[in-house]
Design a protein around this ligand. Sequence first.
Ligand code: NOJ
Length: 483
Amino acid sequence: MGQITFLCVYLVLSLAQGEQINRFRRKIPDNILFGAGTSAYQIEGAWNIDGRTESVWDHMSHKKPCQIHNCDNGDIAADSYNNYERDVQMMKELGLDFYRFSISWSRVLPTNSPDDINEAGVAYYNKLINEMLKYNITPMVTIHHLDVPLQLDALGGWVNPNMVDWFVSYARVVYELFGDRVKTWFTINEPREYCTQQSSANKSGINEYLCARHMLLGHAKAYYVYQNEFKAKYGGKVGIVLNSVWYEPESEKDAEAAEVKLQFELGQYAHPIFSKSGDWPPVIKDRIAAKSAAQGFSESRLPEFTPEEVELIRGSSDFFGLNHYTTDLVYRNNSVNGLYPSPSYQDDVNVITYQPETWEKTIAPWHKVVPWGFYKLLNKIREDYGNPPLYVTENGCPTGPGLFDTQRIFFYRKYLNAMLDSIDEGSDVRVYTAWSLMDNFEWIMGYQDKFGLYEVDFNSPTRTRTPRASVFYYKKVIKTRKV
Ligand code: NOJ
């Protein structure tokens, strides 16, 4: 049976059964908003159009193209720069409450000077926002989503302390330009992913922590710029987006190893902002100090925050933004000795992670479907950080091509149920974002891993979008408010 026929059969069956099944489906609390997400470099294209300058990803994909799967790049991507009306139509078709997208720094500030605003770039975001508002779809905007302007990357990116002020000036510009219509701001997306994976600075067991320190300071200062200069006028909310896998101990004896891993990956960024005491998590401070001393450093490789900085960062987020995709098992035994270079971030954590073959696979080697891990992570955030308002800013399942994406439908059903289990126990989840509205440039994996509710035909000049079966599922969840 062809895919379209299959899709039709699925639709007819689900419509026919709809009413009966509805009675048994689980109710979603009324206060949860549903949306879908994307980011600028992953969908916009128009990389050198209307005055935009290069980001690290343009540069890397042009200079070392084959580091990326199939030597792909984001030059055209889903061409959302020219397809924004179709994108909004898709949001409307889905019945989304909101859409999370990001602004390209080098499109708005091509020379990185806050006095040199690129009006053509600004016009694109105005058109997109205004089109969404026509249909009552709320814009939720990420200010910085992994696409560091090339000129700033050449100066060290977030390893350079000046990046803090450069970012804060950029944030002020976007609050000023769009703050009358945008009431939810995400300062920085996935700082840990950038600092330990994507940053082009050498991974030395030093730069990762400098980077974390500067991203936390940049976030907090941008938070206070909004509080002091815009909040009274616009009344919006500002927060950070952190990402974490759930780390499950392989056995009881590995509980400490799993906790250390979670503290490095999530706590390093969450503890300074969301814990009562602020500052780095104690376990990270202790481990890096001890390792640094043993390695002959005169002081810890983990830079300290001054007491004023601890206070600045503590509490600097109106909500806990969380991107979550999967779960790993964690253990530590003698085989870890000498496994990682010393000094290094991996050596500081000093654990081994893996996913058992028996867990449900997806197309991506790093990703397995483990809904109970989402439940445990939400509970842990509730317990460790005093139950902050939680925005699930990304959750999704990679698949191969094709419209009949049953795995994605089941993924969402299972993960939404896991989220409801955690809400039943008291977690204050307010926002759920499916990643992604449409297929896009999946960083190092190029266009191979598809995350889209909508399929994008990357061979068609107009980048045609077609709904996958999961569109009909997600739409129904949103409409009936039942999983
Ligand atoms: C998190 C990132 O924010 C997003 O850019 C990426 O596409 C998804 N994870 C899927 O890997």
